[in-house]
Design a protein around this ligand. Sequence first.
Ligand SMILES: [Zn+2]
Length: 846
Amino acid sequence: MSSRPGTNLTRAEAQRRAALFSDISYSVALDLTGGDATFGCEAVVRFHCSEPGTSSFIDFLAASLDRVELNGKALDQEGFDGGRIDLPALALENELRVVGRCSYEHTGSGLHRFADPVDGAVYLHTQFEPFDAHRVYPCFDQPDLKGTFDLAVEAPAGWVAVSNTAALARPGDGRAGRWVFAPTAVMSPYITALVAGPYNQVEDRHQEIDLRLYCRQSLARYLDADEVFEITKQGLSFYEKAFGYPYAFGKYDQLFVPEFSAGAMENAGCVTFHESFIFRSKVTEAARERRAEVILHEMAHMWFGDLVTMRWWDDLWLNESFATFMSVLSQVEATRFTNAWTTFANSFKSSARRQDQLPSTHPIAADIPDVESVHLNFDAITYEKGASVLRQLVAWVGQDSFLSALSGYFRSHEYGNADLSEFLEALEKGSGRDLDSWSKEWLETAGLNTLRPVLDLDVNGGQYRAVTVSQEAPEQWPTLRSHRLAVALFDLSADGLVRRRRAELDVVGASTDVKELAGDPAADLVLVNDGDLAYAKIRLDDRSLQTVTDNLHQLDDPLARALVWGAAFDMVRDGEMPARRYLTLLASNIHGETDIGVVQSLIGEAAAAIDTYGDPANVAAAYGTWAARCRSGVDGATPGGDFQLAWARAFIGAARSPADFTIVRGLLDGDVPYEGLEVDTDLRWFIVTALAASGNADAALIDAEVERDPTDMGRRHAATARSARPTAAAKGEAWSLVLEDTTQPLATLRAVMGGFQRADQAELVRPFAARYFEMLESVWSDRDIDTALALARGLYPRVVIADDVVAMTSDALARESLPGPVHRILLEGKDQMERALRARKVDAAG
Ligand SMILES: [Zn+2]
């Protein structure tokens, strides 16, 4: 497959340029006043070249080039391919001048342009990782060519412009004019940034650091600045102390920007966030915890990522797993979210385990030959598994020596780049441990081990003769690893399910004897990995499974419960336990769950156990039981509390009978039988979508709701609701919109796809399966990479869980014309489908 011009860069090309260039500075002037399709760019790039006379290139994805001058001489741009400017016969010191026009984007990459449908106001933001800075200005767009960046922006009246540094000059009194920013410290192009538009601004200060929050005017009333600032200050204090290195980028701005394509982005001193982190409606404490985690994740990158940067995308994992690990640690140590390790066990680690069992899994330390390949590596191996493995490493070397090693690492590599070996070297120096075999086991091999307790009882069954932990590995990834973990024994008593004994040990190889537990009375529950330091799948023995089915609600340690919930769901996914048995465990114990994040995950898993892993013949009955359980959850919850909201949403999602829909419809019409439940904007949309998907809402109801909420969010919710309607016509409209209307922003396409596939609409989606496999190559060649990947993923007929779809997927996988990233998406889709088919059989037999 050939790439689109200017959208790919190989590692070899990057290494060559890194050897050639140094002392880079960018002086960039952007004109944002000339129309809504393109903007003007004038740039001067100065750089040193170590091999005068040689030729190279600079990345610049421009709509048009007006003038290119290298060292005072105009360069002919006849051969400009729209993505790279050739640089012939370079001098020792070079000055490149470029004048051109670039396109505004609507995919969330480059300079994204958004017009607010409510007031027509235009908001811009940049997003450059991994390889999109050159959609805005000419640059050597790779992480290890750092430069200084000074930016000037010509902006319309009423706008503010925000970049990595403070503004030195700005137009007075909201007039149109020029914003000039202070030159930056040296940094990688992918963390430079510009946000511009009539943004609302809130200010605060933390010691010497100016803090600001920005969001669009129409969201300003929902922004809870106090809480965001509180987490920000707690994080800055924590990191400065933990890293023994002061914050390096002067001011710290955080901006909530429309149609953002990811969760957040760590631009130095100018962090961008998805607007869903501004809460328009009531959310639970789990959403606030999640937002705090994201704030702290991006902040950790200011040191690890921005100050010291990976040399190439091979080490993206180090960047991301580090930030993920640190964000959870800082939550626990510096904020009110002291249970964040439970969320880590419940949510982060379960995503990692899922991804690690796909055929596309890869070693944490990845081989990234070009930037196109990195797009799919922003995955749960890179973030969540990497963070799990780091947690295990920190437990092994000790947190203090880990942090002091980091401090040395930041000092030795400040404003530069480093790779994995330099990171490990710093840790070895700090801890005195040899990390070579750790790195081989954990970073350089893929796959997930399963740990099982094997209990050898005496003749009466009252005492352990031996307790062993057996370790298994999948056939394709046969590595057995070393795990530092604890095995705990719990007994049922008048005080509940109580931990009696805990033995900490190294589990190594296929079978490890837990010597400390030999001779102990047999326990009601044996929990491998108590405390959750290890990264592995854990299993429950039969007696333990029976104990937790009846009594998990009596275990008062939320982390231990999260481990049990995770183990049980893994057993369902692996066909070791019928889905209906899991649903029984859940229904009998969820009332004892005190962690709202865990409850919300379990509600999602209940739906997956019914729709995906359960016997299709049992779906109607299972939903009947589950919906009733959800209603009693709402009835029993504290009015106005988080659990009431979580259970109300669960009930709306589980409703299948006419009687249930009468209640759901009543909620929308103001007939709310639950004291304290506020049916606010987001909950209304959730209801409208559920009614639409079940055929209980016509187009007029959806239209009426958009009239109440005419924002772009409202319009996207409406798009989801429309495509969720259970008719062939609605599915056909959704399909055409996504594939044929190229004027829609990617955010809208995602919303449409979100409604297109519903678990209970397999028969309506089925006719599109063949069309899906036919269109993959053309979508790849006709659409930009972000859109092509989103369509390949979002339209894969995942709800049509059937042998013929597996066969169609296999046929498509055999095509040579299939692009590599799409190949990976199909491979994953097929694997998930085969897993579901196996689990369904177990449930049908069970
Ligand atoms: Zn990150």
